[in-house]
Design a protein around this ligand. Structure first.
Ligand code: GLU
Length: 281
């Protein structure tokens, strides 16, 4: 049974790029006689807003999409992510990191040869070797901290090569170390994107993950987390990002091309689907 999902973060109204992504997920499920899910990725309480959650459902329904209810909202399932983090902690694969962004930037500048990963400079590993009891003391004292994955230890724990299949790019060998020791949780948000998305895709039985090619590198980390947490490995289809006539990708800042604005300007769902790459113009 094919299960796909569209998993937006409610930090703005949906634009044509989102419509493209949602329609790909929905078509993949429909063509396979499967199920298309909507999931709201609202772990970042500082950026997500309720009106955007309502707006997402309204815009997708207007486009003609349907999905089972209730919709999973990540903010309501923090216990699931915490359990996954606890499991990684019990395996000794995460460590607390007290570095501020400024401290990390200063350390990288001072070292002069920091490797770059897909998301920018890789964390230099400052807190990896902190004395455990000192770290526990700082946590008990309320010192703000994140939890990072010790990627080298995690790779060693999983043994041989980890692979995953991208329907467009073929068989991939996971290289999670290119991101360095990624953050899996923060004090104010007890789950990061990487952790929450991996746990949710497994809990919801998602068998085909469709998402933009900008998230292709993240799959290397997700594959490692699947191995560590004994989760099933879905297939992936990373799709191209829709661009406007000038070749620029749609982004939340482009208010003029939100589905809402197009609708208010009198465009029909069929026209907007066509603009998003589905159907006749
Ligand atoms: N929530 C992510 C976003 O809005 C997408 C997550 C995913 O599809 O894996 O960019």
């Amino acid at each position: 049974m094919t299960i796909t999902r569209f998993a937006p973060s409610p930090t703005g109204y949906l634009h044509l790029g989102h419509a493209h992504s949602a329609l790909i997920a929905e078509a993949a499920a429909r063509e396979a006689g499967g199920t298309f899910l909507l999931r709201i990725e609202d772990i970042d309480g500082t950026r997500c807003r309720p009106e955007f959650i309502a707006g997402i459902a309204e815009d997708l329904a207007w486009l003609g999409l349907d999905w089972p209810r209730p919709v999973r909202r990540q903010s309501q399932h923090m216990d699931d992510y915490r359990a996954a983090l606890d499991r990684l902690a019990s395996l000794g694969l995460v460590y607390p990191c007290f570095c501020t962004r400024q401290q990390i930037a200063a350390e990288i500048a001072a070292s002069g040869h920091a490797p770059h990963g897909p998301d920018g400079p890789v964390y230099p590993g400052t807190c990896r070797h902190l004395d455990r009891s000192a770290a526990a003391g700082r946590i008990a004292g309320g010192d703000p901290h994140a939890w990072r994955l010790d990627v080298a230890a995690a790779r060693a724990a999983t043994g041989g090569a980890l692979t995953w299949i991208d329907e467009t790019a073929g068989v991939q060998r996971a290289e999670p170390e290119v991101f360095g020791d990624v953050v899996l949780a923060r004090k104010e948000t007890p789950a990061s994107y990487h952790l929450a998305v991996t746990v949710d895709d497994a809990l919801q039985g998602v068998s085909l993950v469709t998402r933009g090619v900008d998230l292709f590198p993240a799959t290397h980390v997700h594959r490692l987390l699947q191995a560590l947490l004994d989760l099933p490995v879905p297939r992936y289809r990373h799709h191209r990002l829709l661009t406007d006539e000038t070749g620029r990708r749609y982004a939340k800042r482009d208010r003029s091309l939100t589905l809402r604005t197009l609708r208010e300007a009198g465009r029909t769902p069929a026209e907007v689907r066509a603009m998003a790459g589905f159907g006749q113009k």
